[in-house]
Write a new protein. Structure first.
Lengths: 80, 459
């Protein structure tokens, strides 16, 4: 589920929609396109919502390949 | 008259020059050289005269801008004759550019230098990622900028922010910013980095005009969006960044707008898919209604019987097909789950992990049910269409025979006589055919046993 594949899948979905709007596409192919399109759209929806909102502040750097310690961050609401 | 030793005379002159005190001189720099020691040597000149100058490294290193030939400057210093060479020189204590501010000059100089290196070139700019979900935020944890950014980002519930807190002004701020950019680049967690700071004076924003920050932005493996100061403020960081936003708020807006745009594209695609399919379905059904109304395709019960058999066999294989689909979906979900758990749940409390796990179990059940329902819908549509399509009938090897110039299908061999021309319509193309005889038997089965062929005639 790389980020590149998101754009590619989205482009493919849009291509499928364009193809489906062509009446000359044989029925079997239309069915296949439709199925593929539905699969893509679901996958894309999944990717769009795969991450849950979270705001963390980095507390310190960590050695390469390791995850740094973090803590939830809330911005102060008053003062500049 | 008194005769001097050389050094004596030079000393006497220098004593006189000391009485001259500090002077301010206006002129243009020429022949600027930096010695290995760091001392700067140059000539100050105007159209009629010139004056050798030296500026010690201790003073010169404090300049924000670089000494360059042709620069119009004002210098303050004291005059002396350099004894070893007997030449007059000005020991420069202070040097300021004329006409422009010192910071402005430094800005222009660095801008010209980095521009010449191609650091601002449009082809270096990377676009906004397709799915900017993990944001690195480099800014001060206090102040308006971080608040503005988070406020805008809260509009989209599916993104994560990793704040790398830095000082954004004062001595050393530039080093912290550059370090943050380098670290986030190495960490590799983020899709995009926001480098932001609220408005301030040129002096306040200065860190964003430092070369070390510009270099760190240029070297970042992750696209950087800058949002420094107000609309009118342009910093070197803005020029090097992949995307320049006018303000911190706008930098965040760009990210959210991208996510909203992508979500809209997906939903539009989904809706268009369903519309296109419905249109297609309706048009096939229409054509079928036309065909069956006038031409009586439906009067072949044997063919329908055959279709029903086919449908049954499809139905039998459907559960296997669905199992495969569910399995596939499941695997994909497992991948997504692994991805989610990778960060930052690891740092979170165990309780949050539990909550997440129960959400996931619920989501998995819902996904399964949804998938099953959708798969059934699609399969049902497919069956209906296949069964209804006259083309499908032809494709299975049946044909429709009509008299030449007449659209009514022939149903009985007795409707034509020997020598008549008929048209046979196949799945692909048509044949003009000459009738050369009748076969025995009135009730033809669709697939004649070849052994029972009558000798009376042949097609």
């Amino acid at each position: 589920m790389s980020k590149e594949s998101f754009e590619q899948a989205l482009a493919e979905l849009e291509g499928i929609v364009a193809r489906l709007e062509d009446e000359n596409v044989p029925l079997e192919e239309a069915l296949k396109l439709f199925e593929r399109g539905v699969k893509l759209a679901r996958r894309l929806r999944g990717q769009l919502t795969a991450v849950e909102r979270r705001v963390e502040q980095l507390l310190a750097e960590a050695a390469e390949g390791e995850q740094p310690p973090t803590a939830p961050f809330v911005a102060e609401s008053e003062g500049d | 008259m008194r005769v001097f030793q050389v050094s004596e005379l030079v000393e006497a002159i220098n004593a006189q020059l000391a009485a001259f005190g500090e002077v301010w001189v206006r002129g243009e720099l020429s022949g600027v050289k930096v010695a290995a020691s760091g001392h700067r040597y140059f000539t100050l000149k105007d159209p009629q005269g010139q004056l050798a100058c030296v500026m010690w490294a201790s003073q010169a290193d404090r300049l924000r801008f670089k000494l360059a030939d042709g620069l119009a400057v004002l210098v303050r210093g004291v005059l002396e004759v350099y004894p070893q060479r007997g030449s007059l020189q000005l020991l420069v204590q202070e040097l300021v550019p004329e006409g422009v501010g010192e910071l402005q000059l430094a800005f222009e100089q660095l801008k010209a230098k980095l521009s010449a290196e191609g650091l601002f070139a449009p082809e270096r700019k990377r676009p906004m990622p397709a799915l900017p979900q993990r944001l690195g935020l480099v800014t001060s944890p206090k102040g308006a900028a971080v608040r503005d950014v988070l406020k805008v980002l809260s509009r989209w519930p599916h993104l994560q922010v990793l704040l790398y807190p830095v000082r954004v002004q004062g001595k050393g701020a530039e080093g912290e910013i550059a370090r943050a950019l380098r670290y986030l680049g190495k960490l590799g967690f983020c899709d995009v980095i926001l480098l932001v700071r609220g408005g301030g004076s040129l002096e306040d924003l200065w860190a964003f005009n430092e070369e070390v920050v510009a270099r760190a932005i240029a070297a970042s493996p992750i696209p950087v969006i800058s949002g420094v100061g107000h609309e009118v403020d342009f910093t070197i960081a803005d020029f090097v960044a992949d995307i320049r936003a006018a303000t911190p708020t706008q930098a965040a807006e760009l990210v959210v707008a991208q996510l909203e745009r992508q979500a809209r594209r997906v939903e539009d695609g989904f809706a268009a898919l369903q519309r296109a399919w419905q249109r297609r379905f309706a048009s096939v059904a229409n054509r079928l209604a036309l065909a069956s109304g006038a031409r009586g395709l439906a009067v072949f019960p044997a063919r329908l019987q055959h279709l029903a058999t086919r449908l049954d066999s499809w139905r039998a294989s459907l559960p296997r097909l669905l199992r495969n689909l569910v399995h596939l979906r499941h695997r994909r979900f497992a991948t997504a789950q692994a991805h989610l758990l990778g960060w930052p749940v690891r740092f979170g409390a165990a309780k949050q992990r539990q909550v997440l796990a129960s959400h996931m179990a619920m989501a998995r059940e819902r996904l399964k049910a949804l998938l099953l329902r959708r798969s059934l819908e699609v399969a049902a549509k497919a069956r209906a269409l296949q069964a209804l399509s006259p083309l499908a009938v032809l494709r299975r090897g049946y044909s429709i025979t009509t008299r030449e110039g007449d659209q009514t299908p022939l149903r009985s061999a007795s409707e034509v006589t020997v020598g008549e021309r008929v048209v046979v319509r196949l799945a692909e193309g048509r044949l003009r055919t000459l009738v050369v005889g009748h076969l025995a038997g009135s009730q033809a089965t669709l697939f004649e046993d070849p052994g029972r062929g009558d000798e009376q005639g042949e097609l």
